[in-house]
Design a protein around this ligand. Structure first.
Ligand SMILES: CC(=O)SCCNC(=O)CCNC(=O)[C@H](O)C(C)(C)COP(=O)(O)OP(=O)(O)OC[C@H]1O[C@@H](n2cnc3c(N)ncnc32)[C@H](O)[C@@H]1OP(=O)(O)O
Ligand SMILES: O=C([O-])CC(=O)C(=O)O
Length: 372
């Protein structure tokens, strides 16, 4: 059995990055030196993703050009729409997105004509198109036009609901995309860097990231947290239910973190958004249940919510179906992955650690007919 003390590369510095700092105590999360609090409060997701991709905040002209390029890249190749139509209606949208990205690689391969940042921008522009074209086609047979003239958050909500979103909802989603954009050597980013380190192509690194993000210990936790919260009809039920789960030694998704020891600095920001959305809708039930779970987790386990926990109630209040929560994480994290793929390439060395062997000693060969 694997040794728990050495498993998981805990506390190992596995490389260098100039993209973000995390900071164990939950106070120092920065993207390219800018505080997450300022980025969330003052920047659009477009500014944040530009910062990650190009290493600097855009000026007015750069931002306007960037926004226009993203808008132009929202439609998909006709054959990709056909592929999306052929995927099963009950696919998980993470499968749809991974397949869509992978298929796009065949239509628009990375190469001399289309460099890394062009692919990154293309994926940022069209990942919501992949998801929501598939969703509407299979929900009601409608082939939506995936081009809209708005920013990424508004594009997503517009395609999902088929109408111009409430500006407050757009702002809430936009901030959440900034929070999800980047987080140093998290599992999906590290996996994308490993793929990159073999000199593989951009799309392969991104599909690696999508596959790695999906699990419940990472990005999948926002969907699992929603399922948990919705299993209770009021805070009292939630308190009893979570205590019971802890007695059974079950994990409560959306709590704890590998790096942070005290709090996740993004959690207070998304919690405030969830609170504002509850106030806006004058419906506090999900928020109250979430807060009670938070109290129980602190009291019983000294565990704090991570970004995924309050993202769940916030997304539900934006009318987003649960199985689009982790895909939305992808829509945002594409920016961080892209920055890391580019950074890895700039100073590449194959990532290939050693393992401590724990298997059997040398064994004598046994011919097939003599094996028990
Ligand atoms: C945006 C993101 O990706 S943030 C992460 C999202 N993931 C989740 O929310 C999943 C729930 N959380 C977890 O499973 C963990 O806290 C992780 C995966 C995030 C971090 O894991 P690790 O650093 O490997 O810690 P590890 O899994 O060893 O946990 C340490 C101890 O805390 C307990 N613990 C950690 N998180 C939780 C939790 N959410 N619920 C209950 N117990 C927990 C573990 O059971 C373990 O207890 P033990 O030592 O008695 O066995
Ligand atoms: O850093 C991690 O391990 C997970 C995380 O919070 C993220 O990817 O945003």
């Amino acid at each position: 059995m694997a040794d728990k003390r050495t498993g998981g590369l805990v506390d190992i510095i596995a490389g260098q990055t100039a993209i973000s700092t995390v900071g164990k105590k939950g106070r120092d999360l920065t993207y390219r030196g800018y505080s997450i609090h300022e980025l969330a409060r003052l920047c659009s997701f477009e500014e944040t993703s530009f910062l990650l991709l190009y290493g600097k905040l855009p000026n007015e002209e750069e931002l306007s050009d960037y926004r226009s390029r993203l808008i132009e890249r929202r439609r998909l190749p006709a054959a990709l729409y056909t592929i999306l139509e052929q995927l099963p209606a009950d696919s998980h949208p993470m499968d749809v997105l991974r397949t869509g990205v992978s298929a796009l690689a065949s239509f628009e391969p990375e190469g001399y004509e289309r460099g890394a940042t062009a692919v990154a921008e293309r994926l940022l522009a069209c990942s919501s198109s992949i998801l929501l074209y598939w969703l509407h086609y299979h929900r009601s047979g409608i082939r939506i036009d995936t081009r809209t003239e708005d920013g990424i958050a508004e594009h997503f909500l517009m395609l999902l609901h088929g109408r111009k979103p409430d500006p407050m909802h757009t702002k809430a989603l936009d901030v959440s995309l900034t929070l999800y954009a980047e987080h140093e050597f998290n599992a999906s980013t590290f996996a994308a860097r490993v793929t990159t380190s073999t000199m593989s192509d951009f799309y392969s690194a991104v599909t690696t990231g999508i596959g790695t993000l999906r699990g419940n210990l990472h990005g999948g936790a926002n969907e699992a947290a929603m399922e948990l919260i919705e299993a209770f009809s009021n805070p009292e039920e939630a308190e009893a239910g979570v205590q019971q789960m802890l007695l059974q030694k079950r994990r409560i998704m959306g709590f704890g973190h590998r790096v942070y020891t005290v709090s996740d600095p993004r959690s207070d920001i998304i919690k405030a958004i969830s609170c504002k959305l509850a106030e806006h809708a004058d419906d506090w039930n999900l928020y109250d249940i979430s807060e009670r779970i938070e109290l129980v987790m602190m009291r019983k386990k000294k565990l704090f919510p991570n970004l995924d926990f309050y993202s769940a109630s916030a997304y539900r209040m934006l009318g987003i179906p649960t199985n689009l929560f982790t895909p939305l994480f992808v829509v945002s994290r594409l920016s961080g992955w892209s920055a890391h793929i580019i950074e890895q390439r700039d100073a590449n060395r194959l990532i290939r650690p050693n393992a401590e062997y724990t298997g059997p000693d040398r064994q004598a060969w046994v011919p097939l007919h003599e094996r028990g």
